[in-house]
Write a protein that binds this ligand. Structure first.
Ligand code: SAM
Length: 222
């Protein structure tokens, strides 16, 4: 049955009590895992696609874009921008049918490397979407959530308006807490109603009657 998905079940009842300590460690100790050649090649191709469309166009990143449906929507809503949709799953990306908008490039790549390649190339984003990232709700899986991952301090450096959405309230609360800790200011989050769902997961959760949460912050604002 379609509209019967459930909210992630977790023994956690609020922000993970080790998140602050983990973030401080990630801020202190740079993440040095080597970038894989295949991710570097995919990065280069995506930058070439942006340049071919006009690198003066603001860049929008749709991270963990799955089937690319949200990336197509973003490209259509922002015709003057260039959208890169990133996912590690070739199966999901392969489900895209028909011609893509000219201002969109979909790429199979691991975000852990892709984000660092963007930072190293001093690329600045106009908008950055993290739509329904895998929640990893088990207490012991904190470091698999993006804000608990060693790559997290790279995200604020990329700039732009960053937006994270989830059907798990704690994920969004933690994301806002983590961004706030890095930025040194209060970062808001809250629930919202998805009248026009922007991605397949958003549609599925909305149609299952679930509450949805988001954190949106302009990283270029002081
Ligand atoms: C729950 S799905 C959400 C898909 C889409 N954003 C949506 O809202 O419909 C999470 C996606 O993140 C992708 N993902 C997870 N870890 C990733 C990584 N390290 N690099 C790239 N993609 C990743 C998965 O392959 C999956 O497609």
């Amino acid at each position: 049955m379609y509209a019967n998905s459930t909210v992630p079940h977790s023994a956690q009842t609020g922000i993970h009590d080790r998140l602050g300590e983990l973030l401080d460690r990630h801020l202190r100790e740079p993440f040095r895992k080597p970038v894989l050649d295949y991710n570097r090649a995919a990065f280069t191709q995506s930058m070439a696609a942006w340049a071919a469309c006009g690198s003066e166009r603001p860049l929008i990143l749709d991270t963990g874009c799955g089937t690319g449906a949200s990336s197509i929507g973003l490209a259509l809503r922002h015709p003057d921008s260039f959208v890169i949709g990133v996912d590690q799953s070739s199966d999901r990306l392969a489900t895209v049918k028909g011609e893509l908008p000219a201002n969109l490039y979909l790429v199979r790549v691991d975000l852990v490397d892709y984000w660092r390649l963007l930072r190293d190339a001093q690329i600045r984003l106009a908008r950055h979407y993290l739509l329904y990232p895998n929640p990893w709700p088990k207490i012991g899986h904190l470091s698999r959530r993006w804000h608990g991952h060693a790559v997290f301090p790279v995200l604020p450096v990329l700039g732009g308006i960053i937006e994270c959405r989830s059907n798990w309230q704690i994920y969004v609360e933690e994301f806002a807490f983590a961004l706030g800790r890095v930025l040194g200011r209060e970062v808001p989050w809250g629930s919202f109603v998805a009248d026009e769902p922007v991605s397949p997961f958003e549609r599925k959760y909305r149609d299952s009657g679930q509450a949805l949460y988001r954190c949106v912050v302009d990283l270029d604002e002081q």
